[in-house]
Design a protein around this ligand. Structure first.
Ligand code: NAP
Length: 309
C-alpha cells in the first residue's frame, strides 16, 4: 500500500462536516495523522472519547503546528477570528482549506491574514444533514456528492490538486467555479430554500397556538419536510445569511415576485397556469434523481412509521 498523501491534517472545529471528514480520511488511509481542536472543552472531550482524531489538542495554534493541510470547519462568521489565531503558527508551504457554505466572505476573511508561502484553497462540500457536532458525522456523507472548489488566481496548481484529490478520495465529485458564482448558485439551491423553510415552520408555529396539536398531527402532509430543513444549526445558518447577503436577497426578491404571480393565479382561478407551473417543477425533481442526487423512492425513501415503532 502506498503512503498516505497527507502527512498531518489539522481540523479547526469538530462538528458534522469535520467529523465526517475525519472518519472518511481514517477509513481511506488518506492521512498519516489527524489532529483536531474545537472551541469548547466539551466537544474536545467528546472527540477524544470517540477516538475521532489521533490527537485532540486545546488550541488552534497547537493543532496547525507542523500540519501540511489545515481544514477550517467552523461557522462562516468565525473564520476571521480562527484565521487570526492560526496565522502565526502555520508551517511554510501548508495548505489551508475550508468547508464554509459561503465562499467570497470566507476568502475575504482568511486570505489577507495568511503568511507568505501558505496556500489557500477554498472548498464547499454540498452534503450535510440537520445534525451537528462530533457524533453526527459519518464516513459516507460525501460519497457521490459534489464538492465545489473556488481556487484563487495565482494559487499553485499543485495545492489545488491536492485538495481536489482529498475530496475525490473521500468519494466526492469535484467542480471548480468563481466564488461569486458559487454564492449565487448556493443562494438558489440551499440558502433561499432554508430561509423559506424557516419561515414556513415559523408561520405554522404561530398557527399551532390556534389549532393546538393539529400541525404536528397532520405534518406528514408536507410540513414535516420543511421542519427537517428548519432544524438545521441556528449559528451556521445565521452566519450563512449574514455572509451571503446580496445573493440571498436577490433570490428572495425573485421568489417573492413569483409568489405573487401564483397568488394571483389562485385568486383568478387560473388552473391551466397552475398546472403548467407544477408540471415544470415536477420535471426538476426527475432531473435531480437522474443526476443521482436523490433516490426515486416515494416519500424520500422513508419507511412507514409503525405505531409505537
Ligand atoms: P457544527 O456541527 O455545528 O460544528 C461547528 C464546529 O465549529 C464545532 O466544533 C464548534 O465548536 C466550532 N465553532 C462554532 N463556533 C465557533 C467559533 N465562534 N469559534 C471557533 N469555533 C467555533 O457545524 P458543521 O455543520 O460541521 O459546519 C461547519 C462548516 O461547514 C460551516 O462553515 C458550514 O457553513 C459548513 N457546511 C455545513 C454543512 C451542513 O449541512 N451542516 C454542509 C456544508 C458545509 P464547539 O462544538 O466547541 O462549539
Amino acid at each position: 500500500m502506498s503512503a498516505p498523501a497527507i502527512r498531518r491534517i489539522a481540523f479547526i472545529g469538530l462538528g458534522l462536516i469535520a467529523s465526517s471528514m475525519c472518519r472518511a480520511i481514517r477509513e481511506g488511509g488518506l492521512a498519516a495523522e489527524i489532529v483536531g481542536t474545537a472551541r469548547s472543552a466539551e466537544t474536545r472531550e467528546t472527540a477524544r472519547e470517540i477516538g475521532l482524531c489521533n490527537r485532540v489538542v486545546d488550541t488552534p495554534a497547537e493543532a496547525v503546528a507542523g500540519a501540511d493541510v489545515v481544514v477550517l470547519a467552523v461557522p462562516v462568521g468565525a473564520m476571521d477570528a480562527v484565521a487570526a489565531e492560526i496565522a502565526g503558527h502555520l508551517a511554510r508551504d501548508a495548505i489551508v482549506t475550508d468547508v464554509g457554505s459561503v465562499k467570497r466572505s470566507v476568502i475575504d476573511q482568511v486570505l489577507p491574514q495568511l503568511p507568505e508561502g501558505v496556500h489557500f484553497v477554498p472548498a464547499h462540500p454540498i452534503a450535510g444533514t440537520e445534525h451537528s457536532g462530533p457524533r453526527a458525522g459519518f464516513a459516507e456523507l460525501f460519497e457521490g456528492r459534489w464538492c465545489i472548489l473556488t481556487p484563487l488566481p495565482g494559487t499553485e496548481p499543485e495545492a489545488v490538486e491536492r485538495i481536489e484529490r482529498l475530496w475525490r478520495d473521500m468519494g466526492a465529485m469535484v467542480d471548480r467555479m468563481d466564488p461569486e458564482h458559487h454564492d449565487l448558485v448556493l443562494a438558489v439551491t440551499s440558502h433561499a430554500p432554508h430561509l423559506i423553510a424557516y419561515t414556513m415552520v415559523g408561520v405554522a408555529d404561530d398557527l399551532r397556538r390556534v389549532t393546538d396539536s393539529e400541525v404536528i398531527k397532520y405534518s406528514a402532509a408536507g410540513f414535516r419536510d420543511f421542519t427537517r430543513i428548519a432544524a438545521s444549526d441556528p449559528t451556521m445558518w445565521r452566519d450563512v445569511f449574514l455572509h451571503n447577503k446580496e445573493a440571498t436577497l436577490e433570490i428572495l426578491g425573485r421568489f417573492t415576485e413569483e409568489l405573487f404571480v401564483l397568488q394571483r393565479a389562485i385568486r383568478e382561478g387560473d388552473g391551466e397556469f397552475l398546472h403548467d407551473y407544477f408540471a415544470r417543477t415536477r420535471a426538476i425533481r426527475r432531473g435531480i434523481i437522474e443526476a443521482k442526487q436523490d433516490v426515486d423512492a416515494p416519500d424520500f425513501g422513508r419507511v412507514v412509521l409503525k405505531k409505537n415503532g
